[in-house]
Unconditional design. Structure first.
Length: 607
């Protein structure tokens, strides 16, 4: 099969059995790869009601058909599982170089199932595949463990590793790679830890079959040329995602003190150019990337280094915690990375705890003697460590903001900023209705990368509640995640503005199958509906209520900043959902109708 290695690797960690199965041609046709393969295997193979921490849950690791080939940013790998944070669908994308080595080992997916009786790591060396003892590595940080494998096996081995957070069952643990890239969201690292799998280490030397080598060469060159010629290339490479910190601050989208405002009076010290000047040493990119957004930084005050921080981390561990010093934010970033927890969820749940403390709901005694004030960097560092260890007060926060608030009560549920149990990423949405809807309806919880609609809000009028905005969100949700299916980075399209049609001949040359973006969007629509059916299958009573955002965005207008006094009305939140369900072909309960499932060819799969 052109564009595919041809094998699915299945590893039963409980029995130690390792097998390979041929990649089914109809799976490649209908689900293409990456996130598509992950969702298919999750829906088909994980039984209803499976415990996310138990042996029946699976962790599926999937590159896409573009991964590992000379296509800009073709270094993306998808990790799919049943989320221990939300109880629903989790799919987290990771850049770097891992995915290329998985492809060179001839693999289209790795399905990890069962629970190992002892800590192990999976070593893939082309066709030599073994589970090896990892007892000596258990308890160590991600950076030390990655370095251990690079030192002992060689730089050509790529490593995906969990830290103590994943080992200890923190609900939002990450999988780390390349000393600074993460599959961060939804607790994919938690599931890896529950399986007692410390690391996946992989090196391959096989080639990927390509349908038309000359056409592939031409299409790849056209994509690289478009990136090289892009006007935004210089600024994007200089600042990466931090380029939007100042913009978000100016338009009132920068999360500030647990999303109570969208502008941060200390914000300027976190802006991209300040960070570049103060801490950035060099740029760092993923496999095949012509526009490296990774920034490698040195924090002199701490005598330490980190890849980052990028925008989301600056928002969630900086302004959202009232921290204005970029070195402090970068150090918090490093702690989270090394301990293996998601910076976004960590920032969200810590901000909730600080607000509880400042409101008198939690006391110093509750917080293990820490003074939880916005801007108290030392308390934030201590909390990150406590969360990763699930120690004392950290054990409460390690469950995520939704569950922690349910446990503490006293009205704190209202300012736990999440959707479906996932902490909202770094866009304040008091008066940005398309972005708010994107969070409300996102297939994994309140995550931004499926539909980054905030610019559309600013463009057409932030408080407008019109069908065009809803249609835009749906289009983005169907289209953008397809990059995670193909195994390539979306940022060359988003940030450099290259023509997405340039990918069409590349995909055809590689796979031998002609697919337009309209064809790909139909696949995206099918995946969106299938993930919705997974949520419904796994959660009794799932529906409309689950799509509601934090009341903060419809009850509490910010008191400061450019969005001061602005809010989305509750009736408008409901109208957004009504329009969304109608346009998606869902009932007013928020579930796909039978007719929609049939139209998308999903009826037999979900029955
Ligand atoms: Fe990786 Fe950034 Fe390049 Fe995308 S733009 S491939 S995330 S370095």
């Amino acid at each position: 099969m052109n564009g595919y290695g041809g094998s699915i690797l299945r590893v039963d960690l409980g029995t130690g059995k390792i097998t390979k199965e041929p990649t089914p041609a109809d799976l490649a046709r209908d689900f293409i790869g990456g996130r598509g393969f992950g969702l298919y295997f999750l829906f088909k193979e994980v039984p209803k009601g499976a415990d996310p921490f138990g042996p029946e849950n699976k962790l599926i690791v999937s590159p896409g058909p573009l991964s590992g080939l000379m296509i800009p940013g073709a270094g993306k790998c998808d990790f799919t599982t049943k989320s221990p944070l939300t109880g629903g669908y989790a799919s987290a994308s990771m850049g770097g170089h891992l995915t290329a080595e998985i492809r060179y080992a001839g693999l289209d997916s790795i399905i990890l199932e069962g629970v190992s009786p002892k800590p192990v790591y999976l070593l893939i060396d082309d066709d030599k595949i073994e589970l090896k003892d990892a007892s000596e590595l258990w308890g160590k940080g991600t950076i030390e463990v990655e370095k251990h494998f690079k030192d002992t096996l060689g730089e050509e081995y790529q490593v995906a590793v969990i830290g103590p957070g994943g080992e200890n069952g923190v609900s939002f643990a990450s999988i780390n790679h390349d000393y600074g890239r993460q599959a961060g969201r939804g607790g994919v690292g938690t599931v890896m830890g529950a399986k007692r799998l410390k690391a996946i280490v992989v090196h391959g030397t096989k080639s990927i079959p390509v349908a038309d080598v000359e056409a592939y060469r031409k299409a790849g060159l056209a994509l690289y040329k478009a990136c090289k010629d892009a006007e935004m290339l210089k600024d994007w490479t200089a600042y990466g995602t931090t380029i939007v910190v100042s913009w978000c601050d100016e338009v009132g989208a920068l999360p500030t003190r647990n999303f109570s405002a969208g502008s941060f009076e200390g914000g300027k010290t976190l802006y991209g150019p300040v960070m570049r000047q103060e801490i950035v040493i060099t740029d760092k990119g993923c496999f095949g990337c012509p526009s490296p957004c990774g920034k490698y930084s040195r924090m002199k005050r701490y005598d330490s280094h980190v890849e980052g921080p990028e925008y989301e981390t600056i928002g969630m561990l900086g302004s959202n915690l009232g921290i204005a010093d970029i070195q402090d934010v970068a150090q918090a970033n490093l702690l989270c990375d090394d301990l293996g927890i998601d910076t976004i969820s960590a920032g969200g749940v810590i901000a909730w705890a600080i607000e509880c403390y400042e409101k008198g709901i939690l006391t110093k005694k509750d917080a293990d003697g820490l003074e939880l004030k916005f801007g108290n960097t030392e308390a934030v560092f201590a909390l990150i460590r406590k969360i990763a260890a699930r120690e004392g007060f950290g054990a409460l926060l390690a469950q995520g903001a939704k569950r922690a608030a349910q446990q503490i009560g006293q009205g704190s549920e209202k300012f736990a900023i999440h959707v479906k149990g996932m902490e909202q990423s770094a866009y304040a949405t008091h008066n940005a209705t398309a972005m708010l809807l994107a969070y409300m309806t996102c297939d994994v919880g309140a995550h931004h990368n499926r539909a980054w609609a905030i610019t559309y809000d600013i463009q057409v009028g932030r408080d407008k509640v019109v069908p065009e905005k809803v249609a835009r969100v749906i289009w983005l949700q169907n289209f953008r995640p397809m990059f995670d299916v193909l195994g390539a980075c979306r940022l060359q399209w988003v940030e450099l503005g290259i023509d997405r049609d340039l990918y069409v001949p590349a995909l055809e040359a590689i796979t031998g199958v002609h697919r337009t973006w309209e064809d790909l969007e139909k696949v995206g629509d099918r995946l969106w509906n299938l993930s919705r059916m997974f949520w419904a299958r796994e959660n009794e009573g799932f529906g409309r209520e689950w799509d509601m955002p934090s009341p903060r965005f419809y009850e509490e207008p910010p008191k400061t900043g450019v969005t001061a006094g602005q809010i989305t009305r509750f009736e408008d939140v409901q109208r957004l959902l009504d329009m969304y369900y109608e346009q998606r072909g869902w009932g007013s309960d928020g579930l796909p109708t039978q007719a929609t499932l049939e139209k998308l060819g999903l009826a037999s799969l979900v029955s």
